[in-house]
Design a protein around this ligand. Structure first.
Ligand SMILES: [Zn+2]
Length: 126
């Protein structure tokens, strides 16, 4: 901002000097351009502030999302591999997961999971 003000002052000084009077119209043009430059700079400055704020918001969002992802992966542990697959209904390309049995059935059937399709039961590793 200071540089632009110096430029305007210098142009004014020149326009007022004896030498400068011969080129007054050119000096006025320079002053107008300088003022235009100043308003452009002001709007750039504003945009810069907006972008900084937006960048900060995005950083905060990223931090929140990263925390969520970490929390979710910590909760799921090793993922759906903990759920037993039915050996009858699973194919190599498509695993068929078994459903957990209600707690009352675990001792009766000596199993923790049942295949919802073929009713095969199994006990998952503790
Ligand atoms: Zn099955």
């Amino acid at each position: 901002m200071g540089t632009i003000k110096d430029l305007v002052d210098l142009a004014t000084q020149l326009a007022n000097s004896a030498e400068g009077r011969k080129i007054t119209s050119e000096l006025l043009k320079i002053q107008q351009l300088t003022l235009a430059l100043q308003s452009e700079q002001a709007s750039l400055h504003e945009t810069n502030i907006e972008l900084r704020e937006e960048r900060q918001q995005l950083r905060d969002t990223i931090r929140t999302l990263e925390a969520k992802v970490q929390d979710m992966s910590a909760r799921t542990g090793s993922g759906p591999t903990d759920i037993p697959l039915c050996p009858n209904c699973s194919t190599t390309s498509r695993p068929f997961y078994m459903s957990p049995l209600p707690p009352d059935f675990i001792d009766v059937l000596n199993a923790t999971h049942e295949c919802p399709k073929c009713k095969y039961t199994s006990r998952s590793k503790p």
